[in-house]
Design a protein around this ligand. Sequence first.
Ligand SMILES: NC(=O)c1ccc[n+]([C@@H]2O[C@H](COP(=O)([O-])OP(=O)(O)OC[C@H]3O[C@@H](n4cnc5c(N)ncnc54)[C@H](O)[C@@H]3O)[C@@H](O)[C@H]2O)c1
Length: 322
Amino acid sequence: MRVLVTGGAGYIGSVLIEELLTTGHEVFAYDDLSTGHRDAVTAPARLIEGDLLDAAAIGGALRDHRVEAVVHMAGRALVGESVADPSAYYRANVTGGLVLLEAMRTSGARRLVFSSSAAVYGAADKQPIDETDPTLPTNPYGETKLAFERALRWYGAAYGLRSTSLRYFNAAGATARNGERHPRETHLIPLVLRAAAGTGSAVTVFGEDYPTADGTCVRDYVHVSDLARAHVLALEALAAGGQTTAYNLGRGGMGASVREVIDAARRVTGREIPVRAAPRRPGDPPRLVASCDRIGRELGWSPAHPTLEEIVESAWRYQLHI
Ligand SMILES: NC(=O)c1ccc[n+]([C@@H]2O[C@H](COP(=O)([O-])OP(=O)(O)OC[C@H]3O[C@@H](n4cnc5c(N)ncnc54)[C@H](O)[C@@H]3O)[C@@H](O)[C@H]2O)c1
């Protein structure tokens, strides 16, 4: 099918495009390159440079290329920044998303897969989190993701636009071609690997007194290639008539603590990784782990790279080659 990936020049988008090409789809990336990279878009996928807020440009891209389905990844994704500047987040993630939906209504594209986030759940007490658990975001980033998911439900009911929201926990790892190259890196694994490579500073561990086995926060890291495969399955399910729904995407009930990530990186790289302890960051829940039963049951998805070592090793190989 002809698929347009908004944010296709970004980290997850570039890996998804590799997967879509491998599975025989015709692909267009739509990206303003604000945090993405032109050379991350694998040929023969085409990069259309444009801002999501430009209704004429996104509408033209959908019509000119007779796009059948959209994967919507473009947006802003830094929690701290969203607290400092919610306006930028509502504009990019909600207004931008609605511009896209209007363009899809006009163009006739009626299927969409959305990059949502574990942030829609907020600081859930019950772990692992499943899709029926309450959605109570604790920051504007999560609020904007949830607002767009909700819009999708109503657009689905009224206009026949069917969608799948994929609530990623922590995307990590790399392919041979693409990995994390964020201009402002806040994610643990690339920061740990930069410290290992000597190109970054010591890793800051925020809080060592959480109620977890080693006192550091536990998160759910999923290999970016496994994430990409889930999008292809979701697109195929929608093409086969699937209805609007949401799925969690993590490693399936398995979390890793900050300490475990650092230890895995020490084993994989064989390098020293300097660490410094700091107090807890406000709002960081001790544990965020996904239940992935629903996507396993309904789409047959399970991670092909289920170990932390595989994830860290792929990211390290990427780190060494960029
Ligand atoms: N990385 C994660 O662990 C994670 C976790 C949960 C959800 N997500 C979501 O997944 C999506 C992709 O994340 P990523 O890590 O690949 O981020 P990224 O920053 O690498 O990719 C986002 C892409 O969107 C583009 N973009 C941003 N605003 C745009 C606009 N107005 N118009 C056109 N293009 C625009 C950027 O240039 C970039 O290429 C985001 O929506 C993010 O919220 C990511």
